[in-house]
Design a protein. Structure first.
Lengths: 756, 226, 86
């Protein structure tokens, strides 16, 4: 049996092909035959199967994701929108920032360390391919119950992998989340966000243009890593039998990363960009060379030739299908003018980065790939990369939704006496979702590059961009699966609002959004209903807040058997701050007046209290008011710029009580709180009403700030004072807890669970 | 004219630019030194920065130690050239035998990044003369292979000769013998430490400015000698 | 001189590197701690080291390999090594 060439494929139209095993449906296979006018070769079948997989083609989500473009608010700040490797935003002074979030969920379940590590590697390369220097990473992580044996297997490996890879790259880890919920037990969510910086006139795009320009593959050598990983792994749900740990059959498909190779690749790319000798550039991620070549060709002048014999291989015995599907990490593909090739290769040699010309841009409108002198691929690249299948999956609101909403948490027994409230607060701050995350975050380097102004547990990561002018950016990520289960439309908007609020509370003006949409199977109409509602909510929310979606990622098939995870859209918001020295930290450390901004309502649907104390999920999530969020953000940003605030912290999971505890422990000052007359202490302490923040004002700034709020129509309530001479959190006429006790309760939980 | 302090970049070095910033903030002129160039460009002192040179392959610093620039650094150090090794740089100095002992995997087997309290145990080196003996300072540490080990007689000698430069307070983050965070050679011109003083030079981006002393020390020594 | 098993011009040598007995081996200890959790109770010690396989020109002196081992493959401050033909 010889090579399956184009010629041979044309001559053997009825030869059976394993398209179903590669994940293609009957109608998709038929379409490929129609596009090519013959059966595909084995190599072409490989390319189509990986590129038309859900992970690469977005076939189930495209019809809904269109809303992000259709409803995009007009903004001058957007330089590159959706459709490229990452979005790019203008932040002023000639600087641009690129950022994006992605998922690497299934590989992290199979091989936690490498799955998480290569997730970081992949998103960093996306940022590099825009022509940027990566400057920070954030990691929203979601695991099963904190005390479950499998969480004990997955979490330490994931955290070590993120640290092991990110620290070696020299990227400060400045934010993220760690969330525990039974829903993620067989389906951990490992989302990774990267931020990069570049001069706005140096943006690079993934276009192969200029007939005769050379295509250069550089970086690590190509091996058998992750073959079939994309289509086989991402679209395969895990059945219950392997719920306690994936069997060996899944392992070979996981990619293995080498952060040192990526570090030298970063420095090499930055030097190439500096010399301005790159016409277009694409990173090799999911679907490897299949993706890079078809996307570059498709977005450019339309044609490319590639010679697989020119690819540096780790194993000489690799077949063309394997070379095209390989997901070996730390590789990039650049389009370079012939006159610059020698310089390009010399820069790579200086950094000891393997590089070779593997092809050329043509005007034929075809992507032609040869191997051993034979043509094994001859396709129109658009059909591979951008004209994949588009599904209109059935959407159906689940019949259980009404009864879920009717199950109001108002009926749950509530703490009312001071003792009960005190006990509840201590129990909440020690609970896995509210406790201190240092055990995780101390494994990440937060200092490298010397520009980290704020990092977790602060509300947003704040990075200085310019040492001279102190221009900076702030980034935050948020998501809430429980809220989305109750109401996916509102839940998505609440995630957006929270990330937006987290950016604003540090003093940065929110500019743009990236999203990672983690859902169950798109073949389940109930999941598609959740997806459609969440995307619509997010698109509408972005329009209302004036912050467009610039890019993101969809991760489907997060289910165990028939049970989907809670719908979990994770939203990242990026903002700009003109002077990072004016940022607002969260800790109470000086004598200040504490003001609660916004409205507090009796609403506990999806709350941490209902879940932690009663195991209850029902009712409606907190009400959404995007106009209020905009107003709150404007006031927080302008107050920061005017230097009015000593500290500020947004309210979210766990409500006011959690925010007060976090700010007191962060800054070391105690607080005396007096709730307004007639206020229900339980509601005021634990409700999760949106659109709120607590600010700490030095006495000199108090009147000016409250006047500003009154004038602008933002409700505010004085709730007490912070005092460095106090060593307790005191709720007047109710209870007092020494900070020392709070610190013990808050810090003990994760080490007790994960320290070996 | 500002004193010229070389900062070496190996493949995988990460905190070279931060070390250069610290030199600049202290009033010196940082000079980039490329690992493959056997040329110190006439600098007055050298900093080996933090990072993961060569990905920590084989052993941390084991390969970097043989870089062409290191021949000159070692030769220079033996003739009195001031050399500061930070974190990975400390590992390179130990592999080069400019300093005794070695750095092994953290006792808890986890990378740890935190603001660490230290005590200055020697203000007699060219890199610590800006401090006073006994000063308690806060400097970030961030390492996975930071456990300092040496045989008992070596450690006793270091203590007896006042060659322990900084010591961990409030808990040993990595299992280092006798809580040793940094040491010096006998002549006091070569200092290696695991903590990162270059990350404590601006209040905006670090826990304070306690790290600046390492850089002002060498500059005042060099300016004084000029 | 080394016995050669494959080809006329190449010999295979093995260098094994272990931490000196007095040096703390946290990785070995972690492995030791994990074994009971997997149901193995009879293991009383685990030390982790490195195994290097070199192909060297036929006729390479043992002394040369020992020099390679003590200059690069091992750190004599904290590690011991053994050299043998494969």
């Amino acid at each position: 049996m010889g090579i399956d060439t184009v010629e041979r494929a044309a001559a053997t139209p009825d030869e059976p092909q394993p398209y179903a095993e590669l994940g293609l449906k009957d109608d998709e296979y038929a379409r490929i035959r129609e596009v090519l006018g013959r059966r595909p070769t084995s190599a072409e079948l490989t390319m189509y199967s990986v590129m038309w997989s859900e992970h690469c083609s977005y076939k189930s989500s495209k019809v809904h994701l269109r809303q992000f473009g259709e409803k995009a608010p007009a903004t001058d700040a957007l330089l590159v929108g959706m459709g490229e490797n990452a979005g790019v935003v203008d932040i002023g002074q000639g600087w641009a920032v690129t950022f994006k979030i992605e998922s690497h969920n299934h590989p992290s379940y199979v091989e936690p360390y490498q799955g998480a590590a290569t997730g970081v590697g992949g998103i960093v390369r996306d940022i590099m391919s825009m022509g940027a220097r990566p400057v920070a990473v954030l990691d929203p992580l979601r695991f099963g119950p904190a005390d479950a044996p499998d969480t004990h297997r997955v979490l330490p490996g994931v955290v070590a992998g993120i640290g092991g890879y990110g620290n070696c790259l020299g990227l400060p880890n400045v934010g993220g989340e760690v969330v525990f919920d039974p829903t993620y037990a067989g389906n951990p969510l490992v989302n990774a966000l990267c931020v990069g910086v570049l001069r706005r006139d140096r943006i690079k795009l993934a276009h192969a243009s200029g007939v005769g320009n050379q295509v250069i593959l550089f970086g690590a050598k190509t091996g058998r890593d992750g073959i079939g990983g994309v289509s086989v792994l991402a679209s395969a749900t895990f059945d219950a039998a392997s719920a306690d740990g994936a069997g060996p059959s899944k392992r070979p498909s996981v990619q293995v990363g080498d952060p040192f190779a990526e570090k030298v690749l970063i420095e090499c790319c930055l030097e190439l960009f500096e010399r301005d000798i790159v016409v277009g550039i694409q990173d090799l991620g999911g679907a490897g060379l299949s993706c890079a070549t078809s996307e570059l060709a498709s977005a450019g002048d339309g044609g490319m030739t590639v010679d697989l014999d020119r690819v540096h291989l780790r194993e000489a015995s690799m077949a063309p299908e394997e070379i095209l599907a390989s997901e070996s990490q730390e590789r990039m593909c650049a389009v370079v003018a012939p006159s610059h090739v020698e310089e390009f290769l010399a820069v790579c040699a200086r950094w000891d980065v393997t590089a070779r010309v593997i092809g050329e841009v043509t005007s034929t409108g075809r992507l032609v790939v040869t191997w051993r002198g034979e043509t094994v691929v001859d396709v129109p690249p658009r059909t591979v990369a951008h004209e994949g299948p588009v599904y209109h999956r059935p959407v159906e609101r689940p019949s259980t939704q009404d009864s879920l909403i009717a199950d109001d948490p108002a009926r749950l027994p509530r703490p009312s006496t001071p003792d009960e409230l005190r006990h509840t607060l201590l129990r909440m701050v020690a609970s896995p979702n509210l406790c201190d995350r240092s055990w995780v975050t101390d494994q990440y380097d937060r200092y490298v590059q010397g520009n980290t102004v704020l990092a977790q547990p602060e509300d947003a990561g704040v990075i200085r961009i310019s040492e001279e002018t102190r221009l900076g950016v702030a980034v935050a990520t948020d998501g809430n699966g429980r809220y989305c289960r109750l109401d996916p439309y509102a839940g998505a908007q609440l995630a957006l609002a929270e990330a937006y609020r987290n950016v604003a509370v540090t003093g940065a003006r929110p500019l743009a959004v990236t999203d990672c949409l983690n859902f169950g199977s798109p073949e389940d109409p109930a999941v598609m209903w959740q997806f459609e509602r969440a995307v619509t909510g997010l698109a509408d929310g972005c329009r209302a807040l004036g912050t467009p979606v610039t890019g993101g990622n969809v991760s489907f098939y997060n289910s165990t058997g028939d049970t989907a995870i809670l719908p979990t859209p994770v939203v990242g918001v990026l903002g700009v701050i003109d002077d990072v020295s004016r940022r607002t930290p969260m800790g109470f450390s000086t004598a200040t007046t504490l003001i609660l901004l916004g409205d507090t309502r009796d609403e506990f649907g999806g709350s941490e209290w209902a879940w932690t104390v009663h195991g209850h999920l029902g009712g409606r999530p907190p009400a959404v008011d995007l106009d209020r969020e905009r107003l709150l953000a404007e006031i927080l940003v302008s107050a920061a710029a005017d230097g009015l605030l000593a500290a500020a912290h947004d309210l979210s999971d766990g409500g006011l009580a959690q925010a007060l505890v976090e700010s007191c422990l962060r800054g070391g000052a105690g607080a005396r709180i007096a709730l307004p007359p007639g206020a229900d202490p339980f509601v005021w302490l634990f409700a999760e009403s949106a659109g709120r923040a607590v600010v700490a004002l030095p006495p000199a700034a108090e009147a000016r700030f409250t006047d500003l709020c009154t004038t602008r129509g933002l409700p505010w309530t004085k709730i007490g004072t912070a005092d460095p001479a106090s060593d307790a959190l005191d709720i007047a006429a109710s209870f007092t807890i020494p900070l020392a006790d709070l610190r013990v309760a808050w810090t003990a939980t994760l080490p007790a669970l994960f320290e070996t | 004219m500002a004193a010229r302090i070389g900062v070496v970049t190996f493949p995988g070095s990460l905190d070279d630019r931060d070390a250069a910033r610290a030199v600049r903030l202290a009033g010196g002129e940082p000079v980039p030194l490329w690992h493959a160039d056997a040329d110190l460009h006439g600098v007055d002192a050298v900093v080996l920065p933090g990072g993961f040179s060569y990905g920590d392959y084989l052993r941390c610093g084991a390969i970097a130690r043989f870089a062409p620039v290191m021949d000159l650094v070692i030769g220079g150090a033996n003739r009195g050239l001031p050399v500061l090794g930070i974190c990975n740089g400390f590992q390179v100095l130990c592999e080069s035998h400019l300093l005794p002992g070695a750095l092994i995997r953290n006792e808890r087997r986890r990378f740890v990044c935190r603001d660490q309290r230290l005590r200055v145990e020697s203000a007699g080196t060219v890199w610590t003369s800006s401090y006073a003996l006994g000063d308690e300072i806060v400097i970030p540490i961030k390492n996975g292979e930071g456990g300092y080990v040496a045989d008992a007689s070596t450690v006793d000698m270091l203590e007896a000769e006042g060659r322990v430069v900084v010591r961990y307070l409030d808990g040993n983050p990595n299992g280092s013998y006798r809580n040793i965070a940094g040491i010096a050679n006998a002549a006091g011109n070569v200092v290696g430490l695991m903590p990162h003083p270059e990350h404590a030079v601006e209040s905006l981006t670090g826990p304070g400015t306690d790290g600046l002393g390492f850089f002002t020390s060498i500059l005042s020594r060099l300016v004084g000698a000029a | 001189m080394w016995p050669h098993d494959q080809g006329e011009h190449v010999a295979r040598v093995v260098v094994d590197v272990m931490l000196k007995p007095e040096i703390l081996d946290p990785q070995g200890q972690a492995i030791l701690g994990a074994l009971p959790r997997l149901g193995f109770d009879g293991v009383t010690s685990v030390r982790q080291g490195k195994h290097f396989e070199l192909e060297v020109a036929d006729g390479t002196a043992e002394e040369t390999v020992r020099t390679i081992a003590e200059t690069l493959l091992a750190n004599p401050v904290i590690e011991d090594f053994t050299v043998r033909g494969a």
